[in-house]
Design a protein around this ligand. Structure first.
Ligand SMILES: Nc1ncnc2c1ncn2[C@@H]1O[C@H](COP(=O)(O)OP(=O)(O)O)[C@@H](O)[C@H]1O
Ligand SMILES: [Mg+2]
Ligand SMILES: [Zn+2]
Length: 284
């Protein structure tokens, strides 16, 4: 099972929208998928999937049953909160415990991908999650307005330093299609995400336009990637890119590992030779 985390420098940039639709796009491609919403303070996956009324989950043999949404297994911190309006005041260690529970005690079954929606920033939960889950790759979401902010760079650096390869930076709400004439409008200026990705040497996975159908599908509790729309098509291309990058990262890691192994063997050989030489000169 490969674990992918979706991160962002700040909230409201569409991180949960990307996480949900990444999960459903992967499912559309034929993979078995789980979706874990780890945002304790603002779990929005229940809303995006029309699961706001779900409270508490069945457990079988000590394992919590995730909710099945069209074949995608979904677990959200939101399911475990007393009510929608209850603020969470948990301290770090409790959050850590909760995340451990979600990873180990939810019955994910046999899945190919676990998509994890993280809280914005690089705080407690994000660190816990990363320590516990050891994700295989991260997807970073930004908007054109926040590209210039320090937060998104922090998120990228955090991922790199935590040893999680960034498999794609996504610029969300990047321009829009005019509802009147269909022409593209650059609302906040575009291209910043691509530039930032190049600057920080991480792959750029693409741009998602500001699209009322994306907003509306979120309100309706349905993934927009299941609609027949230009944005859905754009998003599927982005997911292809992410998978390609994940594969490339895996190959690169394998290559580096083999290189390290070979270097180690050579060093051992050299050491052995030196040892023999030293012994010979001692005898002679
Ligand atoms: N490309 C987009 N076009 C229109 N609305 C969007 C787009 N991406 C996200 N939204 C909307 O913006 C709001 C915030 O998105 P969300 O995914 O919850 O952000 P985050 O998880 O980063 O806080 C939601 O109402 C969502 O439906
Ligand atoms: Mg969110
Ligand atoms: Zn127009």
């Amino acid at each position: 099972m490969k674990k992918l985390v979706v991160m962002s420098g700040k909230g409201g940039v569409g991180k949960s929208t990307v996480a949900v639709n990444l999960a459903f796009a992967l499912k559309k491609k034929g993979y078995r998928v789980g979706l874990l919403d780890c945002d304790v303070h603002g779990p929005s996956v229940p809303k995006l999937l029309g699961l706001e009324e779900v409270r508490g989950l069945d457990a079988k043999e000590g394992k919590i049953k995730p909710i099945d949404v069209q074949g995608v297994k979904v677990f959200s911190m939101g399911f475990m909160l007393p009510s929608r309006d209850t603020p969470v005041v948990w301290r770090g260690p409790i959050k850590h415990k909760f995340i451990e529970e979600a990873l180990n005690n939810v019955d994910w079954g046999e899945i190919d991908y676990l998509v994890i929606d993280l809280p914005p920033g690089t705080g407690d939960e994000v660190i816990s999650m990363v320590q516990l889950a050891k994700p295989d790759g991260s997807v970073i979401v930004t908007t054109p307005q926040s590209v210039a902010l320090e937060d998104v760079r922090k998120a990228i650096n955090f991922s790199i330093h935590a040893g999680i390869p960034v498999i794609g930076l996504i610029e969300n709400m990047s321009g829009m299609v005019c509802p009147h004439c269909g022409k593209p409008i650059e609302v906040f200026g575009a291209g910043g995400g691509k530039k930032l990705a190049a600057e920080m040497a991480v792959p750029f996975a693409g741009s998602i336009p500001l699209d009322t159908s994306i907003f509306k599908s979120g309100e309706d509790g349905k993934p927009f990637v299941d609609l027949d729309s230009p944005s859905a098509e754009i998003f599927e291309k982005i997911v292809d890119d992410l998978l390609e990058n994940l594969e490339a990262v895996k190959e690169e890691l394998k290559r580096l590992e083999e290189k390290a192994k070979k270097a180690k063997k050579e060093a051992e050989k050299k050491l052995e030779e030196l040892r023999k030489k030293a012994e010979k000169s001692k005898q002679g």
